[in-house]
Design a protein around this ligand. Structure first.
Ligand SMILES: Cc1cc2nc3c(=O)[nH]c(=O)nc-3n(C[C@H](O)[C@H](O)[C@H](O)COP(=O)(O)OP(=O)(O)OC[C@H]3O[C@@H](n4cnc5c(N)ncnc54)[C@H](O)[C@@H]3O)c2cc1C
Length: 474
């Protein structure tokens, strides 16, 4: 087979993988006038956070609903660079429901952070006063720990930490688990306490805006339709349908990337924004041995998510979403009305190990049954149509100890930079983590410190003060 050697100009960077991490890296490089080539195996950019065309209706539907929070500063920056920040709907109110008929709303009051959500939490009908007090005490303990303090709990489960801080079964099930499962794609019983604490420290306590929830007002894939244009307008290029087969290594540095069609791309620097299992496959033994960042690559496991698409002939849900505190169906999003007047709802089950091997029929029956327990109109109508998308490899499993295996952007092989939601971003496997990692790798490929493009939201003075005065001495 012939090998086409394609020599690229000096300071050229090749980015492997066009998910959010690869897009962020390529956009940052292109906008800094670095000639960049983004190589993506599928026909569209976006990776796991994307959409596809439903064969039955021709409708573009998301593989699964994705949400971001106000604290996702780098992702929001990426959307701005792509010109799509206006296509994100922001919700200030989070709606929680239980089967006893409570509808609780989490919303910021006028109080400053970290007290802004406390008023609405104190009104939660689904929690008893004693459970609310337990939760408030645990929140205070997390504030005292601060970001540095939480790292010492990276190797224990969040449930263990919660138990040690006086949380009852009910408080865990009806509050902590509801938030943690959707944020981390893992249960408190199986996730690292440090990751879980980060969700509450940064999403709930540090800043008034941090908890606000964003969802795409358009199918997810449309958020990246401009990416190719932005990259190519700045002198970069995007190769679709181009699959990385092998990262070539000569014992000192990466010398090229071989594609499945035998084409070889060469450049000065390479950014891998591939998922961990794909990077593992593309890197041969000598690269694994040369660079300590590869030691942990085989230690990651996946955690699954189910996306449940449901159509009802007539509207059954008025509000924008429902978060269930006592159901295997964890979230439902209102995706609006179709042209024929039917309502499209999207259910999500994260940490879906229990459901992943069930048939689509079983899962849809369960989802309809659960929804009917909260929405009588759904029961009366019956489900018109449904579709289940199983993502077995949705995210890496944020288990205790996994942080130690996450590789840094830079390592022994000096012209290879690692990105992807699974690398050491300081964030769990999220779109924000992916965007950060891409920005960090782009900065490093330009010879700068591997830092994100945008700072975190500033921490409220009261939160810093509690941590400084009452936190652990490190
Ligand atoms: C069902 C589901 C729900 C989720 N919900 C949320 C949510 O609500 N909020 C949130 O923040 N995050 C959520 N996530 C996580 C989020 O989608 C990911 O963290 C993020 O998209 C990861 O981006 P990435 O660029 O690191 O990886 P990926 O998106 O996996 O990108 C890797 C890219 O590399 C490409 N590739 C693979 N192999 C090759 C090869 N050999 N050659 C060339 N290209 C290759 C892939 O096609 C892909 O485009 C969810 C994920 C799933 C699956």
């Amino acid at each position: 087979m012939s090998v086409i050697e394609q020599n690229l100009t000096e300071r050229q960077v090749v980015v492997l993988g066009g998910g959010l991490a690869g897009i962020a890296a390529a956009v940052r490089l292109a906008q800094e006038h670095v000639p960049v080539t983004l190589v993506e195996t599928s026909r569209r950019l976006g990776g796991r956070a994307t959409s596809h065309v439903d064969k039955t209706t021709g409708q573009r539907v998301d593989n699964c609903q994705h949400v971001l929070l106000g604290c996702c500063t780098n992702l929001i920056d990426l959307y701005r660079r792509l010109g799509v920040a206006g296509k994100i709907n922001w919700a200030d109110v989070l709606h929680f429901y239980d089967k006893q008929g409570h509808h609780d709303q989490m919303v910021a009051s006028d109080l400053p952070a970290p007290l802004h959500l406390s008023e609405s939490l104190m009104r939660f009908g689904t929690l008893t006063l004693s459970q609310k007090m337990q939760i408030a005490r645990a929140m205070l303990a997390m504030m005292r720990l601060g970001p540095e303090g939480r790292e010492s709990f990276a190797d224990i489960t969040f449930e263990q930490w919660l138990r040690e801080h006086g949380q009852s079964d009910q408080a865990i099930q009806r509050f902590w688990e509801v938030i943690v499962v959707s944020a981390l794609n893992q249960t408190p019983r199986r996730c690292s306490a440090a990751y879980a604490m980060q969700v509450f420290q940064e999403g709930f306590l540090a800043h008034r805006e941090a908890y606000r929830m964003g969802t795409a007002a358009v199918p997810l894939g449309e958020l990246y339709d401009t990416a190719e244009h932005v990259i190519e307008n700045s002198g970069g290029r995007v190769m679709h349908g181009a699959s990385v087969k092998r990262i070539m290594y000569d014992g000192k540095s990466v010398t090229g990337v071989q594609l499945a069609d035998q084409q070889t791309l060469t450049a000065d620097a390479y950014i891998s924004a591939l998922p961990f299992d794909r990077l593992d496959k593309a890197a041969d033994e000598s690269l694994h041995e040369a660079d300590e960042r590869f030691v942990g690559v085989k230690q990651f496991e996946h955690s699954p998510i189910l996306g449940i698409h449901m159509w009802y002939a007539k509207p059954v849900l008025d509000g924008p979403h429902m978060i269930f505190v006592d159901s295997p169906l964890q979230w439902v999003f209102n995706k609006g009305l179709d042209a024929d007047g039917s309502q499209y709802l999207h259910g999500v089950i994260s940490a879906a190990d229990v459901w992943i091997d069930h048939s689509a029929e079983d899962i849809l029956a369960m989802a309809h049954r659960e929804l009917s327990a909260y929405l009588p109109a759904a029961e009366a109508q019956g489900l018109a149509r449904g579709k289940v998308i199983k993502e077995k490899r949705a995210t890496f499993n944020p288990a205790p100890g996994v942080d130690a295996h996450r590789p840094t952007t830079c390592g022994a092989v000096g012209n290879l930079f690692l990105a992807g939601d699974w690398t050491a971003t300081g964030w769990p496997a999220t779109m924000e983590g992916a965007a950060r990692s891409g920005y960090m790798a782009a900065a490093a490929a330009m010879g700068r410190p591997a830092v994100p493009a945008v700072a975190d939201l500033p921490t409220a003075p009261l939160v810093s003060w509690v941590n400084r005065l009452f936190g652990p001495r490190v």
